[in-house]
Design a protein around this ligand. Sequence first.
Ligand SMILES: CC(C)(COP(=O)(O)OP(=O)(O)OC[C@H]1O[C@@H](n2cnc3c(N)ncnc32)[C@H](O)[C@@H]1OP(=O)(O)O)[C@@H](O)C(=O)NCCC(=O)NCCS
Length: 206
Amino acid sequence: MGKVRAILGSARSSLINPIWESIWRENFYTCPCDLVTIHLNADINIQPLKGGNDFMGKIAEDRAVDLIQHLNVSLQDRKDKYKNSPLNEIKGIFISEEKEGNKFLVRSLDGPIATFSLQELPGCCGFIVSYWSEVAPYFRKKGIGAELLQIRMMAARALKYGAMLATVDKQNLDEVSLLNNAHWSKVNEFRNPRTGNIIETYIVNL
Ligand SMILES: CC(C)(COP(=O)(O)OP(=O)(O)OC[C@H]1O[C@@H](n2cnc3c(N)ncnc32)[C@H](O)[C@@H]1OP(=O)(O)O)[C@@H](O)C(=O)NCCC(=O)NCCS
C-alpha cells in the first residue's frame, strides 16, 4: 500500500501541472474496475468485492493445482478398473501440464498420446469446460478418446465440479459420438458467425 502511494505521489508531482492539481483536489476518481478508489490527498482504498472475491480466487487457485493430481489418480484408477483398456498396454503413461496452464499432455516415456484442456467457466465455480481434446492419429479408434473423457469427468467430479461443458463442430462425427456414448446431452446448436461452422453445445452433469 505504501509503495503504491509513493508511486502515485511521484507520478502526481511530475505529471500533473498545478492547475489540474487544484481541480483534482476537489474531486476524487473511481477506477472502473470498482476495486480501487483513488482520492487525491487521501489513502488508496482497496475494497474487496462483496461475497469474498479473495475466497473465490483461492478456490480456483487450489483447484488448478489439484487438477493435474486428480487427473493422474483417475488415470491409474481407470487402469485398475478396466483391465482391457488400451491404456493398459501403454507403459509408463502419465499426464503432465503444459507451461501455459489449462493444457494437459497424456504421454508415455515413448512420446505423446493425446492432449486436452480444461478450464473453469468464468463466473461459475461449479462448471468446467473441456476443449481442444485430441488423440494422436496413431492411437485413434482404440477407445483412448473415450477413456480420457471418463478420466476428465472423474477428476472434475473429485474436484467438486457439478457439470462439464463442451462445444463441437457438428461435422466432427468422432467427437459427437464420443460425447453421446458418454451420455452427454446436446443442449443447443448454433452457427458460429465468425467461421460459419455449425457448433453443437453439450453438457453432462458429473
Ligand atoms: C475425436 C477424437 C479425440 C476421438 O479419439 P479416439 O481415441 O479415436 O476415440 P475412441 O477410439 O474412443 O472412439 C472413436 C471410435 O472408435 C471406436 N473404437 C473404440 N475402440 C475401438 C477398437 N478397439 N477398435 C476399433 N474401433 C474402436 C469407438 O467405438 C468409436 O466409434 P464410434 O465413433 O462409431 O462410436 C479423435 O478422433 C481426434 O483426436 N480427432 C481430432 C481432434 C478433434 O477433432 N478433437 C475434438 C474437438 S476438440
